[in-house]
Design a protein around this ligand. Sequence first.
Ligand code: BGC
Length: 734
Amino acid sequence: MKKVFICGLSSILVLLQTNAQITSVPVYLDDSKPIEMRVEDALSRITLEEKIAMIHAQSKFSTPGVPRLGIPEIGMSDGPHGVNKEIDWDSWNSAGWTNDSCTAFPALTCLAATFNPELSAIYGNAIGEEARFRKKDILLAPGVNIYRMPLNGRNFEYFGEDPHLASQMVVPYIKGVQQNGVSACMKHFALNNQEKWRGHIDVEISDRALYEIYLPAFKAGVQEGGVWAIMGSYNKYRGQHCSHHKRLINEILKGEWGFDGIVVSDWGSAHDTREAALYGLDVEMGTYTNGLTLSKNFAYNDYFLAQPYLEMLEKGELPQATLDDKIRRILRLNFRTNMNRNRPYGSFATKEHADVSRKIAEEGIVLLKNTNDFFPVHKERYKKIVVIGENAIRPLLVGGGSSDLKVKKEVSPLEGLINQYGADKISYTMGYGSGPPAYDRVIPSPYNADSLKREALLLVKDADVVLFFGGLNKNNQQDSESADRITYDLPFGQNELIEDLLKVNKNLGVILISGNGVAMPWLDKVQGLMQSWYLGSEAGTATANVIAGNVNPSGKLPFSIPQKLEDNGAIAFGTISYPGDSIRQIYKEDIFVGYRWHDIKKIPALFPFGYGLSYTTFDYGKISADKKEYSIDDIIKLSFTLTNKGNLDGAETVQIYVTQNNPSLVRPTKELKGFQKVFLKAGESKTTEISIPVKTIAFFDDKAHEWVVEPDKFTFHCATSSADIRSSVTVNVK
Ligand code: BGC
């Protein structure tokens, strides 16, 4: 009896204490209070040692928070095409979970090729839901580095060559992720446009090219997308590593653009405690000891922003204020993510996400050539469809480096075609073979190339139609992190194989799977060509749907494919421009990236930026402007009528490029300033309006350090690709 009484009394005491706590909840835990007030309150309670712990990794993908105060750990995951598998706390080995197989979404090149910002929002939301379900607070994505030349191993993770397209596509992705209470982490800031020597190459570039080409997508992500985190890049710019960079981070990102989130280092991209402390790095993440060497396990205390920083602070060698600025930013991120009690719970590897993935894949595939309506391959027309090529069966979600994914499901193109046409119609052989997936080295192919080829030549002999699936494969030097491609040609003897197959059977179409353009010496001889991408979980279903004509292709190239490598602006200036002399490189082509180079030099691309065919045809009406004259704060309203002339429903991305007629300095011949994907039923006609704020047609005056719109005549072109203008209208800007 007595015992029971004592128990009862202590329960009441606990209850009273709890009530007392409820009435005096600390400000930082009170979500009715403004975030900035909560930030200041939390900051005032955190000790110096706790602050130091917050700003560097405690494991491969997390920072510790402040357990004493109930401020949670921050958990991160790659990005950008799916949520990575769980790995060990302090090694890169798989943690062996059985419930972490995700949905793989198409690579960002594919998303860019849809030219459909609505799909980008849906993509961002779906991957955000997956990250949230997996209890991640930061998704290390999206990547927005500009496609400068076709050898960059990581172009597949980015949005192509044009700053306007990349900006339009990145903003909805970020918003979609973050509406789940998960922070996006836009990367790699900045000028990480190649993998070769990425850890130290020192980029020299004009301010004009920096502001007009390489920064706009980052700026849009910050100012329009409201991104909460950004990853600094490995390389240098003006002699300083970009992850702690006075100009890039302090002056431009946090100064000019007013970014209030955190800058996270790339894994091992911090190099100096003083610079990291002073030049804007908020969280140091790493691969090994101080992020840089392989020599030690559990080396987190040795990180530049760990013990060495603490010691310098204690000796008074570094100011407290910059540390507090980092803590404020991290707390803001906590309140936006894992301390936001209203965030949704997410969902994972669902049928809905697979459908999203398939839909984006279908809209991103680009039809490049279609002689005599080779595509769609109608089921009724053919008895024997022969499929050749390793990429028809190779798991393409494995590899590529940090974007490697463990997936719940990956439908290969061959599987998709068999599902579509039936196993009795489809015959397959590899034709060529590469090595097993390897990220940091080249493993030779275990196959005998001659016998693979011989078998393919035999099989295509009596085929009604041949579909060749080739391209690159996310192995080292084939679209992968940490190494660039070493040649513009297709690897593993594919060019010769295609030529040899054509000698036996001319009714052949090629489907290239890659994140980069490649040389196509056989182009004139093949009947059909599709540029496909690393398409994600539903790759095969989407591919088969487009090949069979269940889906009408509507993708457009997000980069130019030059005839030969030297036709690319960055390559044209020799090694000092790309890849550099191993220490330094100069972006000599300046603002003339991609189609801007092809235009100004009058070098036609093999396939231009913005190009892509459909199974139907579109008729372009004449473009008109709502006024003849505009001033700087106006919005120019352009309209045109588009008609679907064929018998199939379809979509066309109409592109608006602008030319300044008499600029005081050299400007690109034309630049993309607007686009609209118009969906039309067979025979339907639609008048579409595109609004272009006059301010967005400015150039960056690097002497005055400001954006300038000169009073002049400007011509707006309505185009179906960067090389095919359908009509133009000229207006006056006062
Ligand atoms: C990559 C980043 C990635 C990070 C973490 C780095 O090697 O450059 O993009 O987010 O690793 O995996």
